[in-house]
Write a protein that binds this ligand. Structure first.
Ligand code: ADP
Length: 159
């Protein structure tokens, strides 16, 4: 049973994240989204909201689960007995940060391998911040997020 964890902010989850999860789910027996609770970041959506939206969006992915954690990701991997830590790679600019994180995670937990996956090119320019900016200004984001995510964002951003 080869488990992978997929940590991130997911504020909110997008089709880019889901593309990565789908690819990971084809490679591993189980993939666990880990919504990272980071006290230094102020997310728009609560941890529970982010978890719920991912659960809805991955409802048809049989081997994908969702959890949240305030712990070090290297420790989450240990607790879950994960063999891989999934991250998405869009541009060369992502690489520097992901490389640094991978090195640090190897130091903290040598048993988990970082696996960087590249999404479909449709999602290469997509990130959660851009989505929030467009929704705030009432733009069309239907190609990038599910309707349930849009409704949750509108609820927060448009009064
Ligand atoms: P974090 O704050 O940990 O970077 P994010 O939710 O922004 O959390 O991203 C989680 C992971 O998903 C990161 O590895 C990021 O590179 C990846 N990711 C984000 N958006 C996309 C996308 N559009 N396509 C592929 N991977 C993505």
């Amino acid at each position: 049973m080869k488990k992978a964890i997929y940590p991130g902010s997911f504020d909110p989850v997008t089709y880019g994240h889901l593309d990565i999860a789908q690819r990971a789910a084809a490679l591993f027996d189980e993939v666990i989204f880990v919504v990272a609770v980071n006290p230094t970041k102020v997310p728009l959506l609560s941890t529970a909201e982010r978890v719920k939206l991912i659960e809805i969006a991955t409802g048809d992915m049989k081997n994908v689960k969702v959890t949240s954690s305030a712990d070090l990701i290297a420790n989450v991997a240990r607790v879950e007995s994960a063999v891989a830590l999934i991250r998405g790679l869009r541009h060369v600019s992502d690489f520097e940060y992901e490389f640094q994180m991978a090195m640090m995670n190897y130091h903290l937990n040598p048993d988990v391998s970082t696996v960087l996956l590249i999404p479909d090119e449709k999602y290469i320019h997509l990130n959660s911040t851009v989505i929030k900016d467009i929704v705030r200004l009432n733009g069309d984001v239907s190609r990038y997020i599910p309707d349930t995510v849009l409704a949750a964002l509108q609820n927060k951003l448009i009064s």
